[in-house]
Structure formats: C-alpha cells, structure tokens
Design a protein around this ligand. Structure first.
Ligand code: UDP
Ligand code: MG
Length: 324
C-alpha cells in the first residue's frame, strides 16, 4: 500500500526541515511506500524555498504545491487531498504538534479496516481558560448542529481512499473540515494522544480567528440557528400578548395610569438588539449563498512539482453550464 502525508504549511520555515527529517525517519521504519504532500499556503517567509530543496533532495517521494496567496488551512488541506494519490492519507500539521510516532498506530487501525482513524488530543497542557471555553463551545454547538463535533478532534487523522474520495466529492466553497469529516461518516475509530508543544515558529490562531471559526462551526452545517430565531420571535410575541392582556386588565380595574417610560425604552432597545442579531444571522446565510454562487475555485496554485491536481467536478463545470 502507499501512504500519503498531507501537510499544510504557512510560514513554517523555522520547523520544516526538522519536520521533514523526523517524519521520514518514522516512515522509513514502517514497511510502506510513502509520499509527502506539502502545500505552501502563500507563506511570506522561506517556506517555498525549503520545499523546493526538499523536493530536490527526495525526488519521487515529495510533492509540493504553492498557493498564489494565503487562502487558509482548509483550502490547503483540500489541495493536499486532491494531490495525494496514496491508498490512505494522513493529515498533519507542520509544527510537530501531531506526534509522528502515532503514524504506526494509525496504520495498524487502518489495516483493521477503519476508514477514518482519528487522533483526539487531550487538553492537557493547554491554558485553562482556553480549554474551558472550548469545552463550553462544543457543548453548546452540539445541541445546534446536525453533525457531531467533538472537542479535541482536529485534522490529525488518517483517511482511507474511500473517505478521501467522499471528501473530494463535496464541492462547497465554505469548508469546515471538522464538520465535513463527521458528515461523510464511514467506519471511524478514535484514540487519545497528548498534545505536544509547537517545536518552532508561532501559532496562526488568535482569539478573533477562533471566534470566527466557532461561528463557522455553528453555521456551516444547517439552518437550525434560524429555527432559533423563529422560537425567539414566537416567545416574544406570546410575552407581548400576555403583557397586553395584563395592561388592559389593570386599566379596567384601576383606570389608566401613564408611567412606564423605562419599561418602554428597555423593550424598544432590547427588541432592536434582538432584531439586529437575527438580521445578522440571516445575513450570514445569505453571504454564504453569495460565496457559493460565485463558484470560484478554492485556491490558485502558482507553483508545483506535481501534475496540476484534477479539478473537482464543481470547479470543472464552467459557470452557467448548469442551465436547464
Ligand atoms: N496553516 C495553514 N494556513 C493558515 C494557517 C495555518 O496552512 O492560514 C497551517 C500551519 O502551517 C500548520 C497548521 O495549519 O501546519 C496548524 O496551524 P497552527 O500550528 O498555527 O495552529 P494551532 O496548532 O495553533 O492550532
Ligand atoms: Mg500548531
């Protein structure tokens, strides 16, 4: 069998050579044919130059492609999956936070017939606030999302050819991998590992990015948040009806009294806020439709040492060809 390792790299010059050497040492100890597929996600440092020289050094086992600018990790993963031609593919970060030593275990589980072998990281060693927040987030999101999202489960996983082909058949522009992996299903097995510290370079995730990622997770998979808006509207309308009855009753019993300025302002402002949130929510969905409707490719490649990855069916069809 042949194993492909897909590695998205964004400004990973500091760690890339070390990563490459480590991973090759591990792979050499396993009796499999392998290839490394690096995707340079528009890095501003010397990542691409490193990739070129790695590809020179290890001809035949190294593929790389480089984006015309930074498109993000999700498009980089997609590009890697399209380029990889192994019977199984492992997705790994370039910073060695995903321990290469686990590859052997993943292969063993794959050979038992699993299509997705998922390494789930324990939150050990994370900052306490961050791990508490993510636990809270996953608890909330799982009530509102159709596919199951699990805390600690990320992109570090092995996918069988079947699973890879399934992922590649999903044409959407907004790719929230975590949800996609869960959506395709297939025989999945999960095991725990302890997260390592980044070897070098620095993380590209900051609080703002995490919050946006969180919102993506909520909205990428269904329209249930819109259902929430309907419930909120119904609840508020019923409250308003009760309140009206109460006021009419009070006026009948005790005559008309005029105070209530504060109540009025609070209600107006509160409802205004709620309406903004709901509008934003609807706007998010429309924005997504807008992006999908443009049917742009997920990324542009400026350089690569491998045949241009076959475009996915959706990208191949010229706009307008679906008329009728
Ligand atoms: N990455 C990428 N494009 C981006 C951001 C990150 O390809 O826009 C890659 C990065 O090079 C690394 C992986 O995604 O291989 C994970 O990134 P990072 O280590 O910064 O995230 P963290 O481990 O802190 O969640
Ligand atoms: Mg990392």
């Amino acid at each position: 069998m042949k194993l492909s390792i897909v590695v998205p790299c964004y400004n990973e010059e500091a760690v890339l050579s070390h990563f490459d050497a480590t991973i090759r040492a591990v792979l050499a100890g396993l009796a499999v044919e392998y290839e490394l597929c690096y995707v340079d996600d528009g890095s501003a440092d010397g990542t691409l130059a490193r990739l070129r020289s790695l590809a020179q050094q290890h001809r035949g086992t190294t593929r790389y492609l480089s984006f015309s600018r930074n498109f993000g990790k999700e498009p980089a993963i997609l590009a890697g999956l399209r380029a990889a031609d192994g019977d199984a593919v492992i997705l790994m970060d370039a910073d060695l936070q995903h321990p290469p030593a686990l590859i052997e275990k993943m292969l063993d589980l794959y050979q038992l017939g699993h299509d997705q072998v998922v390494a789930k990281r324990t939150r050990h060693g994370d900052r306490r606030l961050r791990s508490a927040l993510s636990r809270l987030y996953y608890r909330a999101v799982n009530r509102w999302v159709d596919v199951e999202l699990t805390d600690g489960v990320g992109d570090f996983r092995l996918l069988s050819r079947t699973a890879v082909d399934a992922l590649l058949s999903l044409p959407e522009y907004n790719r929230f991998s975590k949800g996609l992996f869960s959506w395709i299903g297939f025989d999945t097995v999960t095991f725990d590992y302890r997260n390592a510290a980044r070897e070098a370079g620095e993380t590209k995730w900051h609080l703002g990015a995490l919050v946006n990622y969180g919102i993506d997770g909520m909205l990428s998979f269904n329209c249930r948040p819109l259902r929430l808006a309907i419930y909120a509207g119904l609840g508020l309308a019923s409250l308003a009806a009760l309140y009206t009855l109460w006021i009419i009753g009070a006026a009948l019993v005790g005559g008309v009294t005029a105070p209530g300025y504060v109540t009025l302002v609070a209600i107006i402002v509160g409802l205004g806020g709620l309406q903004m949130v709901m509008l934003g929510l609807i706007g998010e969905y429309i924005g997504r439709i807008y992006y999908e409707a443009k049917r742009r490719p997920h990324f542009l490649v400026k350089e690569s040492n491998t045949a241009a990855p076959a475009p996915a069916p959706a990208d191949a069809a010229p706009a307008g060809s679906r008329a009728g």
